[in-house]
Design a protein around this ligand. Structure first.
Ligand SMILES: CC(C)(COP(=O)(O)OP(=O)(O)OC[C@H]1O[C@@H](n2cnc3c(N)ncnc32)[C@H](O)[C@@H]1OP(=O)(O)O)[C@@H](O)C(=O)NCCC(=O)NCCS
Length: 233
């Protein structure tokens, strides 16, 4: 069981041994195996299998089931949820360049996002196009050496919010503002109606220097408990 005031963050590398890959593959449902087979590149297929298998393996420990017995249903926007869910667990998964994060909470919605930091993007153009007007103008005013960190702070915080809400990118990234200047605390600063600012809480997750990551939970702020998978034996 997870206390209502906690969010559990599981962090894992997606490059795993052939044995772990086989073990994870054996837990997947038929539709997940079909999805895995559609990937063009073997590495993407393996990462999908590990992430899905891991999702099943970790959720199984919370609901006292076997990983292969877990059944998922999907919202109209593709957000997965547990089909049978007596303890009201919610979860959300994100992966980026070989790393995956899983957030698990009880009795409220959750969204998580991880991105690898990249210098080779047109940060300013993407900010103009996707951030809110207020965020875009604050971004432009930053010194250029802060662009990469600020951009990925903003992007992961915004994605975590739209994933918690459940609409994903259909929500419109310009409907709300987040903080993003490096060194400032992570917070939601403004949301357009009918969204309600006090319904959501945002926290950063530290996954090392190469990644930015954030989690949004419904309701008041939670204690963030971070764990690595596999747990040390
Ligand atoms: C969800 C979304 C923001 C993911 O962004 P991303 O940075 O590319 O991917 P991430 O690795 O962070 O997250 C992917 C995971 O989020 C979860 N997810 C999928 N849809 C989601 C949604 N609407 N809300 C929250 N989580 C979602 C899944 O677990 C998915 O993992 P999987 O690909 O292994 O199944 C983006 O795909 C999106 O906006 N989807 C909605 C699409 C939509 O509106 N579809 C309409 C019906 S087709």
């Amino acid at each position: 069981m997870i206390p209502r005031n906690e969010v559990h963050i599981w962090s894992a590398r997606l490059d795993q041994s052939a044995r772990t890959l086989d073990q994870m593959r054996s837990t997947l449902s038929t539709d997940e195996q079909v999805r895995a087979n559609r990937f063009h590149f073997e590495r993407d297929r393996e990462h999908f299998i590990i992430a899905r298998g891991l999702l099943r393996t970790i959720l199984a420990t919370y609901v006292d089931a076997e990983p292969a017995q877990i059944n998922f249903s999907y919202s109209a926007y593709g957000k997965p949820a547990l089909t049978t869910n007596p303890s009201s667990l919610s979860f959300n998964l994100s992966h980026s360049h070989g790393h995956c994060l899983l957030a698990v909470v009880s009795g409220r919605q959750v969204g998580v996002d991880i991105e690898m930091l990249r210098d080779d993007l047109a940060h300013e153009e993407i900010a103009e196009r996707y951030f809110s007007p207020r965020e875009a103008s604050r971004f432009r005013a930053l010194p250029k050496q802060l662009y990469t960190a600020a951009f990925f702070n903003c992007w992961t915080r915004k994605e975590a919010f739209v994933k918690a809400h459940g609409k994903g990118l259909s929500l419109g990234l310009d409907q709300f503002d987040v903080s993003f200047v490096p060194g400032e605390p992570a917070r939601l600063e403004y949301v357009q109606e009918p969204l309600n600012l006090s319904n959501w809480s945002l926290s950063d997750i530290h996954v090392g220097d190469r990644y930015a990551a954030a989690v949004v939970v419904e309701g008041p702020a939670c204690l963030v408990h971070s764990r690595e998978w596999p747990l040390p034996v």
